[in-house]
Structure formats: C-alpha cells, structure tokens
Design a protein around this ligand. Structure first.
Ligand code: NAD
Length: 737
C-alpha cells in the first residue's frame, strides 16, 4: 500500500512502523489530506491480520506541529456562508467537520490493535493528541517538547486532548495547568504527569517502542475497561469539591473571563470527567465548535497564528534584495539594552563585537550573557559547553576597529543626540561600506539621527523591548532616506534571532511607545477624576492588559514620562492641553521624587519583589471618590479605547501601514488585550460605527483625546472595517509597486 503522507512497514514479528513524513513540508501538520489519509491507513492496518502492533513515528526532526489552523479558518468561512441560508445545517456541518480527527483517533484507539507512539522532538496540539490516542507513548529523552498550546490562540484541544489528559494524569492541578497554560513539557515532566510511559534516546525511539509491543501492550485503553476509575478521583467527591470550585476561581482570576477558549475547555474537562469517554469526546467537540464561532477565537487565530507567521516569514521584506547571510554584528553601548542585544545575537550563532566607553563597561555587558547562561544551566536548559560557545562569540572591547568586518551595527548608547552622533561617525569610519547601521533609540526620530550619517540610505531603526531576551517583538523603523537594502538586512537579522518584526515609518514614539503611553496617561487621568487607584489597576487587568496603567507607568519610569511631557509642552507651546495628568506627574516626580520602580518609589512602594500602592497618592490627587460612582465597564472602555484610537491615528498618519503589524505589534509589544486580536481588531470586533459612537460619548465627557480621527469616522460612516478596507494582501501588493 502506498500513501502520500505516511509509510507503513511491517517487520517479521508483525510490528508495523507507521511513519508520518509529509512531502515537501518542514513539519508534519494535520490538514484535510493528512486527516483523510490517516483515516484510511487505520482501516488498512485494522484489516491486515499480519500486523500485530503499530509504532506511530515521524520521519522528520519533530513529531508534529499540530493542526494547520488555516483549515479551521476555511471551515469557519463555509459555516458563515451557509449560516444565513440554513443555520441548523451549517452548525451540524461545522460540528461534524471539526470533530473528524477526534473520531479517527478514537477509531485508532478502539481498533483492537496496540499502538505505541514514538514521540521525537516537538509534538504540538493535534500531534500530542495523536500520541495520547495511542495505547502507550515513548518520548525522546533529550528532545521531547510536548504541548497542547491551542489556548494561546483562543481555542482548546478538540481531538480528545481534554479528555485523555485528565484520564491519565495522577495530579489534577498538573493536568489542568498543562491544558490551561499551553505550556511545553520536556520528557521528565511528561513522565511525571504520566503523559508518556517511557523515555529513550531519540535514535532508539522506534526500537524502544517495538520492544514495548513485544513485551505486550494492552490494545484496550484503561478508560474502555469495566470498572475504570479516574486516577484523580470523581468530580463529585470531597477532593473534587475542594478542587473544582477553586480551579474555576483561578481561571477567572487569570483570565477575567475574557477567553472563551479557556472557559469552555474547563467546561469540557469537568463535564467530560463525569461521563464515559465517548460522551466526553462529544462534549469536547460541541464546545470546540462553539468556541470556534467566537469573535475572540477568530481574532486570535488571525493575529497570533496567521499574521504572526506571515510577519516571521518576511511578509514585509522588500522583494528582490538577496538574502543577507549575516555573520558578525557590532553592538555600541553595553548597558541594559546593548548587553541584551549582544546575548540574543550570540545565541543565534552570530559573532558580536560589543563596544563601550571603557573596557570595564564592555566586560560588564558581556557578563550579562554569562549570568543568563548560568541561570539556564542551573535550570537544566543549557550546558557549560553551550555557554563557552556563546561567550566565545562575543568580543567585548573599546576598539572601533573591531568593526572592520561586521555586516550590521546596532547602536544602544545613551538616549542623547550628541552621544549618538559621535558614535555614528566613529562606527561609520571603521565599518565596511556594505554594512548597515541601526539605532535602538526609543524616542528620537530616525530621520534626524540619520543626519549624522554619511550613508543615510543604510541607516535604520531596530527598536528592541526590555528585557531583550524575553520580549518577542522588534520594531523596525524606516527613516525618510532608508532604502530597501537596510530594511532587508534588519528583517533578516530579526529572523535570525527568531523574533517577530513589524516595520513602521518614522514618527515621534514610533508605534508602540506612542500607543502604550496613552494607556499610562489615561490611568493617571482617572486618578485625577477621583477614581480609586486600586480600581484603576483592576480595571486595566480586567480589560485584558497584563498590568494596570499605574504599575506600567512605574515600570517605564515616571521621570521619563515627565521628561517626554516637558519636551512635548515645549514643542507645542500654547497649544499644549494642560490637565490633571500634568499636575499629578509634576507632584510625583518634581515634588516627591517618585520615579517608579527604578528608585523603588512610584505609584507603588517597592520592597524587593513586593509592592503595594503608595498610601500618599490621595495627598496628591485629593481624596478619591467612592468606587460606586464609577462604572467599571466605562473604565475598561477608556483604557482599551484610547489605545485603539491612538493606533487608528498612527495608521492614518501612515506610520503603520499594515493592519497585521498594528495587531501583532500591540499584543507582543505591550500586551494589548490578546483576546481582542490586537488594537485594530479590537475596533473591528466592536464595529467601526459602534466604536466611533463610544469615542464620541467619551469625548463629550472627558475631552478631545477621545475624538475619532478623520479616517476612522469616514470608515464608520461607510460601514467599513480595517481588515475589510486594508486587506493585508492588497497592502503587500501596494508596497511592492
Ligand atoms: P544604559 O544607560 O543602560 O546603557 C547605555 C550604555 O551606553 C552605557 O553602558 C554607556 O556606558 C554606553 N555609552 C554611552 N556613551 C557611549 C559612547 N560614546 N561610546 C560607547 N558606549 C557609550 O541605557 P539603555 O537602557 O541600555 O538604553 C540604550 C538605548 O536603548 C537608548 O537609546 C534607549 O532609548 C534605548 N532603549 C531603551 C529601552 C529600555 O527599556 N531601557 C528600550 C528600548 C530602547
């Protein structure tokens, strides 16, 4: 029998190896053709008396990356088309279509033949669910990375994952956490949770699985046997009664009930545990089809799966510029950012020349990498050998002539025009004519910094976020004179260090800093309205932001916010709209020297890792009003709405040119309510008309900062949406023209 995605070879003992190796794909993923073929292979195996047992393995470096989510997008599009004509038929088709894999895996499990999964490398989502449907699992001890990450894109595992995990794990909390967080398990953790039964070196996996078969594997899953008891006990039991209400409370605390995927996963788990497996699988499928129809799932899949992948693959890379093949990068300034940039660059295998004013400062920057590697070794995530190799790639020096053979220079010295001018000149005198020069400035327009350069066409902004090793977004900024080669090199570099790029045009604050500034500002405006500080912070988190606006103000530093305010005031003169924001910031910074986290005094008092709201806030703002006077829904609307509206302005000003970048940039850059799909998806999700009406109401009550911009208002009047009007495909075509 020949198949496209699978090979099936049976040895003399009757043990077959079913190897998944989709042609011309770097990873095995479930799409319609794989699912249909798997269905057939299982039937063929069941019908073949010569096969006594089956090893399910992968022919690739990884087991499987899970489902191709575009398949889900298609199913949803068909559903929407049919819904208006035949709602019941459309719902039935969606339910049946999306549970196909679940039923096929159940068929495998109940076929009467024993299956053992030999899981190598990464097994995500549907890949893990395939392994869980087998009767036993052997994991690669050195490379296994097992996860059900669907919740991260607004969904949940819909091919038996919620049912089988909870019937296997010996500890309720561990199992539920695995499902609810989408975390990766290495072999040790997967063993502890009993999600795999044995480990073996990757090279011996198939032999180990065959050995298991030869020693006897029961072809009946434990839950298909009479008298099966769930290892962690019944839901309706004293232990269950303690655990499940608390689990629900934790879910709400973590999500503020903003994520239908997580909500219905919990339903699926609890309800599924109270019934036999087949009923449990049906419950899971029904909730899955339901979640799929939510606007949150659609927005998250689009931004965090589709758009992010497209950006990572270079959607914005100028066509026709050859691949840059970077080898060596110069980093100027070995402070907080420079040290982080040197680390992520060396981690990608590139050589780094790390320059500072003194050898001591340069060495200190390099020692940051040493510290991070030591931590990773301690946690078992790296080795002494890898550390040596990484440190060997970084040359810490004060000598600019070491830049003679770099491909790219990234400047991260003090945020001072004159300092930046001097180092630009020094670096350009030393680096090859072919190399690109990038600044990591957070506030200074790239076009003006490029005035110090003798080759502004090769001058660009590469804006990292702090901490560099953790933050996945990089904002690339084009100056007026920046040309395609510099953009291509910057994008190739970001790809090499495995981060996600957005490309924006030059403007003050670029995209992310400008928008996130409105969140902090709105929080401070609320303080001046008399809203209790704790209520403001909670409203921010309830709205879906990772931290409250006052807390974020402390993190980015209030004295910096004050400096930016003063600069803007100077620029605008009489046109500057003074408000409660100025009064509060002046009092915090000038009068009380409360700069934020950096001097342990801001809107919060900091003691080590602990923090508590500063009791003196009301001395500055006057006594706060009763929380009852404020509608928390309106506070949430203000906090998200002001950021979305600022994004709409940035978009109209052409600083942002691609809706995908607005959305992905807002989630990865400043944690904008991920369930919304990002700042512009937030507006589309509400509807431009409704959003503009809300803004108008807020503007009447709180002032012009809520007044919708022209483009947005015109779109609302015409009934248009961002994704409808500025389809990313057209954006690419336009950019290519
Ligand atoms: P930092 O003060 O920690 O580090 C700056 C480093 O530059 C210091 O080590 C200093 O000795 C060195 N330096 C100063 N003058 C120099 C010279 N002439 N030659 C060589 N080295 C010199 O500052 P940072 O927080 O790392 O910020 C650096 C840049 O990154 C700034 O432009 C800042 O705006 C930008 N940035 C900062 C953040 C952040 O969160 N801190 C985020 C994004 C971008």
């Amino acid at each position: 029998m020949t198949y496209t995605h699978f090979t099936l070879e049976t040895d003399a003992d009757g043990f077959a190896v079913l190897k998944w190796d989709s042609p011309e794909k770097p990873m095995n993923v479930f799409d319609d053709s794989v699912i249909n073929e798997l269905d057939k292979v299982i039937d063929d195996i069941t019908a073949d008396d010569a096969i006594k047992g089956v090893v399910v393995a992968s022919g690739k470096k990884a087991f499987s990356a899970g489902a191709d989510l575009s398949m889900i997008g298609k199913a949803l599009a068909t559903y929407k088309k049919r819904q208006g004509v035949d709602a019941e038929g459309a719902a039935k088709e969606l339910f049946e279509g999306t549970r196909k894999l679940s039923l096929i895996l159940r068929k495998l499990e109940t076929s009467g033949k024993p299956y053992v999964a030999a899981v190598n490398g990464v097994a995500m989502g549907g890949g893990t669910e395939l392994a869980l449907a087998c009767h036993k699992r052997v994991g690669a001890e050195d490379t296994l990375k097992m996860a059900l990450p669907e919740v991260k894109v607004g969904l949940f595992p819909g091919a038996g994952g919620t049912q089988r995990v909870m019937r296997l794990v010996p500890d309720l909390q561990g199992g539920l956490q695995f499902l609810m967080t989408g975390q990766n398990l290495d072999a040790k953790k997967a063993m502890r949770l009993k999600l795999i039964d044995a480990v073996a070196p990757e090279a011996d996996l198939i032999d180990a699985a065959k050995k298991m078969l030869s020693e006897g594997v029961d072809p009946v899953a434990p839950w298909d046997k009479k008298g099966f008891k769930i290892p962690t006990g019944k839901v309706y039991s004293p232990a269950g009664m303690q655990f499940w209400p608390a689990a629900n409370a934790i879910y709400r605390q973590n999500t503020y009930d903003n994520y239908p995927g997580a909500r219905y996963m919990l339903h699926s788990v609890v309800e599924g545990l109270m019934v036999p497996i087949d009923a449990g699988l049906t419950i899971e499928s029904r909730y899955f089809a339901h979640v799929l129809q939510s606007k949150e799932a659609a927005a998250m899949v689009r931004s965090l799966f589709g758009s992010m992948q497209e950006l990572n693959k270079g959607a914005r890379r100028p066509a026709g510029v050859p691949e840059s093949n970077l080898k060596k990068v110069g980093v100027l300034g070995a402070g907080m950012m420079g040290a982080g940039i040197a680390y992520v660059t060396a981690k990608a295998g590139l050589e780094v020349v790390l320059i500072d004013q003194s050898q001591e400062a340069a060495d200190k920057g390099k020692s940051y990498s040493e510290g991070l590697m030591d931590k990773a070794i301690k946690r078992g995530k790296s080795t002494a050998e890898k550390k040596e190799k990484l440190l060997g790639l970084i040359t810490a020096t004060t000598d600019y002539s070491a830049l003679s053979d770099v491909d790219l220079v990234i400047e991260a010295v003090f945020e001072d025009r004159e300092v930046k001018r001097v180092v630009t000149e020094k670096a350009e005198a030393a680096m090859p004519a072919s190399a690109v020069y990038a600044s990591n400035t957070s506030t200074l327009p790239i076009t003006s910094l490029a005035e110090a350069s003798s080759r502004p066409a090769d001058f660009i902004g590469i804006h990292f976020f702090s901490p560099v090793d953790k933050m996945m977004l990089v904002e690339i900024i084009l100056g007026e004179k920046t040309e395609d080669k510099a953009t291509a090199v910057a994008l190739d570099y970001v790809k090499a260090i495995k981060k996600t790029p957005i490309v924006v045009n030059d403007s003050r604050g670029f995209y992310t800093s400008r928008v996130v500034g409105t969140y902090v500002r709105e929080g401070i405006m609320m303080l001046s309205d008399g809203v209790p500080a704790a209520m403001i912070e909670n409203a921010g988190k309830m709205a879906g932001m990772p931290v409250g606006p006052l807390s974020l103000g402390d993190e980015v530093a209030l004295d910096l916010a004050w400096k930016i305010k003063e600069a803007t005031k100077k620029d605008l003169g009489d046109a500057y709209p003074s408000s409660g924001f100025d009064t509060i910031l002046d009092a915090m910074v000038v009068k009380n020297e409360r700069f934020g986290r950096k001097n342990s005094k801001g809107f919060y008092d900091y003691k080590g890792k602990d923090k508590a709201l500063w009791p003196g806030i009301t001395e500055i703002t006057g006594p706060s009003k009763s929380a009852d006077e404020f509608d928390v829904e309106e506070l949430k609307d203000r906090l998200l709405g002001i950021q979305a509206l600022e994004t709409a302005r940035v978009f109209e000003e052409n600083c942002l040119t691609d809706v995908r970048e607005a959305d992905v940039g807002s989630i990865l850059g400043f944690g904008f309510a991920p369930f919304s799909g990002g700042t512009l998806s937030y507006i589309d999700g509400i509807g431009t008309k409704e959003f503009v009406e809300r803004c108008d109401k807020l503007a009447a009550k709180y002032g012009d900062r809520f007044a919708p911009n022209k483009q947005l208002r015109a779109m609302a009047e015409a009934g248009e949406t961002y994704y409808g009007k500025f389809s990313p495909v057209e954006a690419i075509a336009e950019a290519a023209e």
